[in-house]
Design a protein around this ligand. Structure first.
Ligand code: MN
Length: 491
């Protein structure tokens, strides 16, 4: 596979005998957000009782025929467009033959030679705000298998076919990632795109987004090494850990003069190691052939265009717009766009205001409280209009930024809008120069030593500012305090 990315020595892993480059490609299985399965009308839902969502098609009863779910196809097309990928107007379903006890058909209906979506590209953001591209090789539609349950009985295994036949999009990347951080960042970005599009819920815990990671290592400048595939990694942390352990394992084998066997491995998060699951099959082992029960899939361009017109603004476009229109840093824009609802919240509050200040409140104070309370942005007790009002109060000079934090706390606790809290609690900034002068006169009179010191060293005025703030309960307007202090102290 073509490898176009220049080597980046900062990502090399140091081995005993020198540096190594890690090459990563991902196959992500994303469950299509849909009410029913890919080829049957059975419901798709989380939390149903065992085998409650199984049609005769899913159970592969004799004579049952698959009927393609148009909505699942639409979701795949939408995803392909979101990945800025080629939509193939003609694709085909194939049978991938293998035996698995939770796969009653004895084969999986998938797409092999002619996938519905071809090459695309995802722009991924690093933690520092810089971006890199991951090329997409393909996206195809396929069925999920059921689930075997081994731990309910000491002597028997059970099968739950609820998941059998659920539509999956397998999204295959090119080997464009060079570190475990990049791989995790790619999956995060992919997840964000899918959630924006509404084509997958992206819930890793429920298993509706699972990653298979292809890992190989090579000495810088050499050709691609033999890869191992780590199956079904289901958290960002495990993706990173699994890659790091697998890369180390391969480096050690190669440095000891051994060679890597192409195989499928599993990551064990408890032992923090990958272990061999099976030697990797080649495509020909599956005896793929066109599914005779399904016609080739042909899409009309007009329908694709219609779907394209319905796409929401994509995360990378939104990030660029936030940076351009609102002057946000790449980092702040990245934090906001990572959550579509948070981005909407920000925009609702930022209209016609100091957007950077609004972004600060949303990404810092508000986000910290949401995280601590395990709340989503749409569960926030503080609506966007209140953040807007708080920023207005700051802009009008009614409160200082220090008091704003206090106001926010009361607003968070349900005491009402920021204006109401300021009013009720008497938190208005004192701009009445008479009151400020009085406080300053008292402090000057009581501290002759400090007065002498500040005349020598004018920077020491900070001490006086602190005292005035203390005396006024933090409500004195800082600009007014500074001005009056300077004139009274003659500095
Ligand atoms: Mn697959």
């Amino acid at each position: 596979m073509l490898d176009t990315r220049p080597a980046d020595p900062s990502k090399f892993i140091q081995g005993r005998t020198g540096p190594w480059e890690v090459i990563l490609g991902l196959e992500v299985h994303a469950q299509v957000a849909s009410k029913s399965k890919l080829f049957s009308g059975a419901a798709v839902g989380f939390g149903a009782g065992p085998n409650e969502q199984v049609s005769l098609v899913d159970a592969a009863m004799p004579g049952m025929l698959p009927v393609l779910n148009r909505y699942c196809v639409e979701q795949a097309v939408k995803t392909g467009l979101g990945l800025r990928a080629q939509i193939n107007r003609r694709s085909r379903f194939d049978r991938k033959n293998y035996f698995y006890p939770d796969l009653p058909q004895g084969y999986q209906i998938s797409q092999f030679e002619f996938p519905i979506v071809g090459e695309g590209v995802v722009e991924v953001e690093r933690d520092d705000g810089a971006t890199f591209e991951v090329r997409i090789e393909r996206l195809h539609l396929e069925q999920d298998a059921g689930k075997l349950i081994h731990d309910l009985s000491p002597s028997e295994s059970y099968v739950d076919l609820n998941r059998a036949g659920t539509a999956l999009m397998e999204i295959v990347s090119k080997p464009d990632m060079r570190s475990s951080e990049e791989a995790a960042a790619y999956v995060k970005m992919l997840r964000t795109i899918l959630i924006y599009l509404g084509t997958c819920d992206g819930d890793l815990e429920k298993g509706n987004l699972r990653a298979d990671v292809n890992v190989s290592v090579r000495r810088p400048g050499e050709g691609l090494g033999t890869r191992c595939e780590i199956k079904n990694v289901n958290s960002f942390r495990f993706i990173q850990e699994a890659i790091e352990h697998e890369a180390r394992r391969q480096i050690e084998i190669l440095e000891d003069g051994g060679r890597i066997l192409q195989e499928t491995r599993l990551y064990d998060p408890n032992k923090r190691e990958t272990r061999s699951m099976r030697s990797k099959e080649e495509a020909h082992d599956y005896r793929y052939f066109p599914d005779p029960d399904l016609l080739p899939l042909e899409l009309e361009q007009a329908w694709i265009d219609e779907i394209k017109a319905s796409l929401p603004e994509l995360p990378d476009d939104k990030r660029r717009r936030f940076m351009g229109d609102y002057g946000l840093s790449a980092y702040d824009a990245g934090v906001l766009i990572a959550d579509q609802a948070k981005a909407d919240y920000f925009e609702a509050a930022a209209k016609g205001r100091d957007a950077k200040l609004v972004a600060n409140w949303v990404t810092n104070e508000l986000s910290a409280r949401l995280t601590a309370g395990d709340l989503e942005i749409n569960e926030s007790p503080v609506p966007a209009t209140y953040v807007a009002e708080l920023v207005d109060l700051l802009g009008e000079g009614v409160i200082s930024s220090k008091i704003a934090k206090e106001v926010f706390e009361h607003v968070w606790n349900g005491e009402g809008s920021p204006r109401a809290v300021v009013e009720k609690r008497g938190l208005k900034q004192v701009t009445d120069t008479g009151a400020i002068e009085k406080a300053i006169d008292e402090i000057i009179a009581a501290n002759p030593g400090q007065v002498a010191a500040v005349k020598e060293k004018p920077q020491a005025v900070g001490w006086f500012v602190g005292q005035v703030m203390k005396a006024t309960g933090g409500k004195a307007n800082p600009a007014a305090v500074n001005e009056i202090l300077k004139s009274k102290l003659g500095i």
